[in-house]
Design a protein around this ligand. Structure first.
Ligand code: HPA
Length: 270
């Protein structure tokens, strides 16, 4: 893994991926956030050595380099999910690469099902913390100390300072924003009503199939993380409705402009 990471980093540095302030992982339906980036380089995943290649429709696969305000960003348009068959080590490989490209700040976005009765579909939720209920762990196995320690502190997986900054932006711009705990399940099924109930009982506000492994790996390497989740459907007791991937995409797409505005402002001012 170390050697592969260094090879990919070398390749990307030679392509011009240098001096970045932020890494951004764009989730379901948020791919067009790239419109907010003044793009200078884009490379499809299949052209990058050792990179996995995404298989889900709606999850485009390319790495983008550009600027937002006076900040340089690397954006992953399309991510890798456990349910596609990747091991979590494979799925989180791009985060390893980000770190050794010199990136210290990671911003993640995703779509999720809301289980908090205060939530509405289309809401944007700041991820305050997570609960890892994935069946595998990305740090399972022999630990490579060059990446980070065996036992990783997770007391502030999502930067409190970044959360406060985003809350301030939302308030100033009069944007309705939620804050809550994201719980990760393996998917690819959406949850049964009983499972949504379990998610709520476990102390979460939203449930999804991504993000947590990426943040764990980022924390392993000492990165600072911030996450936004678009609530695309609701799994609230007594009112669980049918949900489809298409619907998730449609709702996420509608929220895209707001998420774009929030993240753009955040990056320009943090
Ligand atoms: N459950 C899991 N993942 C999701 C959901 C959901 O309800 N909505 C969007 N991604």
């Amino acid at each position: 893994m170390w050697e592969k990471t260094q090879e990919t980093v070398k390749f990307l540095k030679e392509k011009g991926f240098v001096n970045m302030d932020y890494g951004i992982i764009l989730g379901t339906g948020l791919g067009n956030f790239t419109d907010n980036i003044d793009i200078s380089i884009r490379i499809p995943y299949e052209d990058i050595p050792h990179f996995p290649v995404s298989t889900v429709s709606g999850h485009q696969g390319e790495l983008i380099y550009g600027t937002i305000g006076n900040k340089k960003v690397l954006a992953m348009r399309g991510r890798f999910h456990y349910y596609e068959g990747w091991t979590l080590q494979e799925a989180t490989f791009p985060v390893r690469v980000m770190k050794y490209l010199g990136i210290e700040n990671l911003i993640v976005s995703n779509a999720s099902g809301g289980v908090n009765a205060q939530f509405k579909t289309g809401d944007v939720m700041i991820i305050s913390d997570h609960i890892n209920m994935m069946p595998e762990h990305p740090l399972n196995g022999t630990n490579d100390e060059r990446f980070g320690p065996r036992f990783v502190d997770m007391h502030e997986a999502y930067s409190l300072d970044m959360i406060a900054h985003m809350e301030k932006i939302a308030k100033t711009d009069n944007i309705r924003i939620q804050k809550g705990v994201y719980l990760a399940l393996q998917g690819p099924t959406f949850e049964t009503p009983a499972e949504y109930g379990m998610v709520r009982n476990l102390g979460a506000d939203a449930v999804g199939m991504s993000t947590v492994p990426e943040v764990i790996v980022a924390k392993h390497m000492g990165m600072t993380c911030f996450g936004l989740s678009v609530i695309t459907d609701l799994g609230i007791e007594g009112q669980v409705e049918e949900v489809s991937h298409e619907e998730v995409q449609i709702v996420a797409k509608k929220a895209e402009r707001i998420v774009g505005q929030l993240v753009e402002k955040f990056i320009a001012t943090y």
